[in-house]
Design a protein around this ligand. Structure first.
Ligand code: BGC
Length: 727
């Protein structure tokens, strides 16, 4: 339909029909208007696959066996691939499955910045770095939307913690907004042409994000020209007039009093009483019809989808393989040689645990989920015995995502004498169980050819509605790992988690450490293949792992989680920007991830040109795989401002990621990489002019394998200061 036809369609709608289109009439759908050929608009979570079906007005699953779905690597895992193609393909799977399950908008990707290692939903987000987040989110959106399904970039904006998530108001500098917190959302709109953006629960400048006119009307709609649907998070609207004024299109919530929603009967009444003009609804209707039209929901030309295709599983396996991160590998302990193994001992709860059904709204009813133990057994069957010891007792409740309520209930129960007694009995039992698990694990270590520990976190810790309270590993794992390493200094430590964890207590004693985010249905196989050398690891950390929590900028300079007001006093110094600039050595740096081969970086050439849009830079280099096996490498380009000719007192991060690319390089082969940087790569956000400024001065182009492993450098000069519009 063209614009005029859409306008005609809108003009024939009654007030009641318009109201039907702008609020939930079920937990995940608006009401359709069949008489006018307008279908309901159907949503589903989320980033890791299409969520199980719920009843229209109850939070009970409709317990069929037909809503199993593919389980994708979580967003941090996708970002760890540092490979746009893998993320695009995973997005395609997500869109295909959403369409196959009859959805119109999939509530993904999540792209809030990792501000603290404790953030409960870090796993649903990409990275601490705005450029990596933007590139990955745009790739994901393009993949999803190929299938006539809308993606939804969430949560706009500054939704960086779960503590007080429905009420806190962050205080952030304008510069940090435009350098750190906005770029990925802007890219989703301008480059990804995303159809949906979700208004977050939290506030900014004291106003809820679904009422926040400065961010929504002026910036998202005005400056970025977003004409898709701005959808509230579930229950994030608090006022009829403000939601209308804010150019919010659809109000969704998690309670079934649908007619009472702010954009339902209260709005109808306000229009009838003349307090709100009906014309104020028309812009919303036109935007919703616009999205429906682009998804071919109105013309019968829509693509069909499919879920659980074998080819999709293959795609997700490839993404999972590229996201496993080899953190440490002294004495080339890894990979293990399968032929030399007669007895392999695997210790740890995460070896045998599935994670798909946890985490909150990102939960998935996975068609299957291969655990690491399963993966190892699948690949080693026959000549090698794989023994398993839990090593520690993980008391997983699995229902923790409704955290606010669950925590309160638990706190109340915990105050009675009887329950304190019960808890003591339970704690004593757990302690006894843990001691016996540990004893068995230590005993089993002795005659194994190799020992792999597989622990970390689970979705009782990486979960919606609650941040972690402790940076250390839970369930006494630190002391267990320490004790096991005394008996088996060659033990491989593998951690599965959704956020950084402390390794301080044992890292010096561990020779080989592997990290995997929640890696989807094929995650256990990808991990096993990596440990056994069938896949050469190529994942890179999308987030810094600090030694101690107090090293992290949100905790040392700013506040986390704060109270109702949260001061982001670290400003632009988020993640590696802080660690590099303030010389705080992390446990593992942003971009770090080893391989089973050695890469030699060479032949760097850098040429600067002046364009009407400011300076531009072309970079070329070669990377050789000198020792094999065939492997993939993500080359990272950082720009470091060295001298600044106009703003002598300006503080800038030591270096910032401005480009990356990943390629496969065969054993003994050499491959060329080339990059183009625009002026924005040299800029910072100038609050005085409200624009990006590229100061004249010298810069260093740094090319490396990680933010702390720069292999090649070259100085360049920007001769003239220029400004770039922020939109
Ligand atoms: C979450 C959103 C999710 C929505 C619908 C909210 O609690 O914050 O990310 O999409 O629920 O399930």
């Amino acid at each position: 339909m063209n614009k005029e036809q859409l306008q005609q369609l809108a003009a024939f709608l009654t007030l009641q029909e318009k109201i039907k289109m702008i609020h939930g009439a079920a937990f995940f759908a608006t009401a359709g208007i069949p008489e006018k050929n307008i279908p309901p608009f159907v949503f589903s979570d989320g980033p890791m696959g299409v969520r199980p079906e719920y009843g229209p007005d109850t939070w009970y699953p409709i317990a069929g066996n037909d809503d199993y779905t593919s389980y994708l690597p979580c967003n941090s895992a996708l970002a760890s691939t540092f490979n746009r193609q893998r993320v695009l393909e995973s997005g395609e799977v997500l869109g295909l499955e959403a369409r196959g399950r009859g959805k119109d908008m999939i509530l993904a990707p999540g792209l809030n910045i990792h501000r603290s290692p404790l953030g409960g939903r870090n796993f649903e987000y990409m990275s601490e770095d705005p450029y990596l987040t933007a590139e990955m989110a745009v790739s994901c959106i393009k993949g999803v939307q190929k299938n006539d399904v809308a993606a939804c970039a969430k949560h706009f904006a500054l939704n960086n913690q779960e503590t007080n998530r429905t009420s806190y108001s962050p205080v952030v500098s304008e510069r940090a907004l435009w350098e750190i917190y906005f770029p990925a959302f802007r890219a989703c709109v301008k480059e990804g042409h995303v159809e949906g953006v979700m208004g977050a629960y939290n506030k900014f400048k004291g106003e809820f994000l679904c009422h926040q006119k400065e961010l929504v009307n002026d910036i998202l709609r005005g400056e970025w020209d977003f004409d898709g649907m701005y959808v509230s998070d579930w229950g994030a609207v608090h006022d009829t007039q403000k939601a209308v004024d804010c150019e919010l299109d659809v109000e969704m919530a998690a309670t079934n009093n649908f007619d009472d929603y702010y954009l339902a009967s209260p709005l109808e009444k306000a229009v009838q009483e003349g307090r709100i003009a009906e014309a104020d609804l028309d812009k919303k209707i036109l935007r919703i019809l616009g999205t429906m039209n682009r998804l071919h929901m109105l013309d019968g030309e829509r693509k069909s989808g499919a879920y659980n295709l074998p080819s999709s599983r293959q795609t997700l396996l490839q993404a999972a393989e590229e996201s496993v991160i080899l953190l440490k590998n002294d004495d080339s302990l890894l990979p293990l040689a399968p032929k030399k193994l007669k007895k392999l001992l695997v210790i740890g709860d995460n070896a045998d645990r599935t994670h798909a059904s946890g985490g909150g709204s990102a939960e998935i009813k996975a068609l299957y989920e291969l655990t690491p133990l399963m993966g190892l057994k699948m690949l080693l069957g026959g000549n090698c015995t794989v023994e398993y010891e839990p090593g520690y007792y993980a008391c997983v409740t699995g229902n923790a995502w409704e955290g606010e309520n669950a925590q309160n209930a638990f706190a109340n129960v915990g105050t009675s004498f009887a329950s304190r007694q019960n808890r003591k009995v339970r704690d004593d039992e757990v302690a006894a169980l843990n001691a016996s698990y540990k004893e068995h694990a230590i005993a089993a270590c002795k005659d194994a050819d190799a020992v792999i520990f597989i622990g970390g976190l689970n979705h009782d810790h990486d979960v919606e509605a609650r941040d972690r309270s402790d940076y250390h590993l839970p369930y006494g794992q630190d002391s267990l790992i320490k004790d096991l390493l005394k008996v088996r200094p060659d033990m491989i430590v593998t951690l599965i988690a959704g956020s950084p964890v402390s390794m301080e207590e044992w890292i010096a004693d561990a020779k080989a450490v592997v990290f995997s985010y929640y890696n989807g249905m094929e995650g256990g196989l990808a991990l096993a293949e990596t440990l056994l050398g069938m896949v050469c690891p190529s994942g890179k950390l999308p987030t810094t792992f600090p030694v101690k929590l107090s090293d992290s900028p949100a905790h040392s300079l700013g506040q986390f989680p704060g109270a109702q007001t949260v001061n982001y006093d670290e400003g632009i110094m988020v993640g590696y920007r802080y660690y590099d600039t303030y010389h705080v050595k992390p446990q593992f740096a942003f971009g770090h991830g080893l391989s089973y081969t050695d890469f030699v970086y060479d032949d760097l050439s850098v040429s600067m040109t002046e364009t009407p849009e400011g300076p531009a830079c072309d970079i070329k280099l070669t990377v050789a795989n000198i020792s094999g096996p065939d492997a993939k490498e993500s080359v990272q380009v950082y720009v470091a401002p060295l001298t600044n000719d106009c703003d002598k007192d300006l503080v800038r991060p030591t270096q910032e990621l401005r480009a990356f690319d990943k390629k496969e390089i065969g054993k003994g082969e050499r491959t060329g990489f080339s990059f183009h940087l625009d002026a924005i790569a040299f800029s910072y956000y100038d609050e005085a002019s409200h624009s990006y400024k590229v100061p004249a001065g010298t810069y260093e182009i740094r090319v490396g394998s990680a933010s702390d492993d720069i292999r090649l450098r070259k100085e360049v000069t920007v001769t003239e200061t220029c400004f770039l519009p922020r939109s």
